[in-house]
Design a protein around this ligand. Structure first.
Ligand code: PLP
Length: 269
């Protein structure tokens, strides 16, 4: 899944941004950005490998999702050309715009809060959507399940998002409600494939280890209740500031944005 070799191999003969840009200034800027994003990706994959080694885990069981929200398509393309295939986006309007401009063998992860009325545009606009990581109530699970049935696409992998930090503003089901929601998905949503749990944790990272521990504990409960093996229940945790710790604490899916693509700039409202 996390293929450092492919990155190293393909990097040398990928199309350079210079060939894709129309002015020397644009080419220079794109080239600098490309060099940086590809190098940053390589460094992240290496750090994941090392963290896996430190904790006696197999690095190929850990997926790195490159979180590309707010970043322009050419920059995603550079990371794709460096061999990477897992990308994450937060906003339906943005992923629906970007996905058709990029190769179909990208596995898109939707990691933002999903509203019921955006389910259909998301599914129809992104046929290669691989996973929705943010299912946090029965209503959205049912909407996804029904829409997939109507469209007739293959079952969609989903994670149940857990609020492990106790913050009121945070999306995600409370830890005490995880088993029930996971059961609902498994029992009542034939078009969804329950794949595990996701959490964001505190934005300032102050209680990261506790948040990760809470998610791992939820997995234990869910696996017992559903009668599945822990290997069948992924843990999506870890972002730019804490992905190595997350790997050491059992993450199978880290979501890394700014460390790969650079700091995000949001347009002023
Ligand atoms: C933006 C985002 C990330 C990536 O955050 P970075 O700190 O830039 O790595 C990961 N997960 C979610 C849910 C996000 O919204």
């Amino acid at each position: 899944m996390n293929n450092l070799e492919a990155v190293v191999r393909q990097d040398s003969h990928s199309a350079t941004p210079a060939e894709q840009s129309s002015t020397p200034e644009m080419a220079a800027a794109a080239s600098a950005a490309e060099g940086m994003a590809a190098a940053a990706l390589r460094s992240v994959l290496q750090r994941v490998n090392q963290a896996a080694e430190r904790s006696s885990r197999q690095a190929d069981r850990i997926r790195v999702v490159a979180v590309s929200k707010t970043k322009p398509v050419p920059l995603l393309r550079q990371v794709y050309d460096a061999g990477h295939r897992f990308f994450g986006e937060n906003y339906v309007q943005e992923i629906v715009e970007k996905a058709p401009q990029l190769p179909e063998n990208i596995e898109w992860h939707f990691i933002g809060n999903l509203q019921s009325n955006k389910v259909k545009p998301l599914l129809t606009g992104v046929p290669n959507l691989a996973m929705v990581e943010t299912v946090d109530d029965e209503k959205i699970a049912n909407h996804l399940d029904r829409a997939i049935g109507n469209i007739g696409r293959k079952p969609l992998k989903v994670l149940v998002q857990v609020n492990t930090s106790g913050e009121e503003s945070k999306y995600g089901v409370e830890p005490s409600g995880v088993v029930e929601l996971a059961k609902h998905v498994r029992t009542n949503c034939p078009n969804l494939e329950f794949c595990g749990l996701m959490t964001i944790g505190m934005p300032d990272y102050t209680s990261t280890p506790e948040n990760f521990k809470t998610l791992a504990n939820c997995r234990t409960e869910v696996c017992k209740a559903l009668g599945i093996a822990e290997e069948q229940c992924e843990l999506s945790m870890g972002m730019s500031g804490d992905f190595e710790l997350a790997v050491e604490m059992g993450s199978t899916n880290v979501r890394v944005g700014s460390t790969i693509f650079g700091a995000r700039e949001y347009p002023k409202k």
